[in-house]
Design a binder for this molecule. Structure first.
Ligand code: SAH
Length: 223
């Protein structure tokens, strides 16, 4: 998936991944991130997710990263928020209150650019990465983390041979592997979403489509 694949999808309005509600698993499991008001949360590959607003309403400084300017402009327009813009290195940062959206390539982001992260929320970001980019993506997330950053990752587990991604199948065991060493992984919940993804049935999906919520907590040194 080149960047042009995504920017073209936004241009054509092919954004079936966007949810018009807050993700229920974020609401359920946000307490497990153990965040305090005012702390910073990273939302990689954020699109125009309503989860950004919800996290900001909980009192967190939310840092989304998104390549598509169209997505970002739609986000602020649809939320009825006025934004300010400033250039920071290769990124244009759009900001409204506690919401900051970094427009640019996630892989170019460096840790020194924003405050220490208390949490990372990944929905449809890891699973947007093709297999050959997955390790680099997890490596980049890990580089951006502070020593005590916790991650909530929503991922999918389905037979990859039935349908091409994105979204790709990245089952819990693989998430665990990608973030090892450094993080302990806990499978919080699994939800059968097969009846909800009719659009994927047309692409060949038949037998199984499970959404999993995974919590990653840093392994403390000396453990
Ligand atoms: N998390 C969002 C969007 C998921 S789709 C949601 O839940 O709705 C993946 C998003 O990542 C797309 O909006 C795409 O434009 C963006 N994207 C893909 N590769 C990127 C990259 N390297 N840097 C920044 N954004 C990227």
């Amino acid at each position: 998936m080149e960047l042009s694949y995504w920017t073209s999808r936004w241009r054509k309005g092919k954004t079936g991944f966007h949810l018009d509600r807050i993700h229920p698993l974020l609401v359920n499991y946000r307490p497990r991130l153990g965040l305090q008001a005012g702390e910073a949360v990273l939302v990689p590959l954020c699109g125009k997710s309503l989860d950004l607003t919800w996290l900001a309403d909980q009192g967190f400084e939310v840092h989304g990263v998104e390549i598509s300017e169209i997505a970002i402009r739609q986000f602020f327009a649809e939320q009825g928020l006025d934004f300010e813009r400033e250039q920071r290195g290769p990124f244009t940062v759009y900001r409204a209150g506690r919401i900051h959206i970094w427009q640019g390539d996630f892989f170019k982001l460096t840790k020194n650019r924003f405050p220490a992260l208390a949490g990372v929320y990944d929905r449809a970001a890891l699973v947007a990465m093709p297999p050959e980019k997955r390790k680099a993506y997890a490596g980049q997330v890990k580089r951006l983390c502070a020593g005590d950053t916790r991650l909530l990752i929503l991922t999918f587990d389905y037979p990859q041979h039935e349908m091409p991604g994105p979204p790709f199948s990245v089952p819990f065991e693989q998430v665990k592997e990608l973030y090892r060493p450094g993080f302990d992984a806990e499978l919080l919940v699994e939800k059968d979403r097969l009846p909800k993804v009719r659009q994927f049935h047309r692409r060949g999906l038949q037998s199984r489509f499970v959404e999993q919520a995974v919590l990653l907590t840093p392994v403390k040194s000396g453990k």
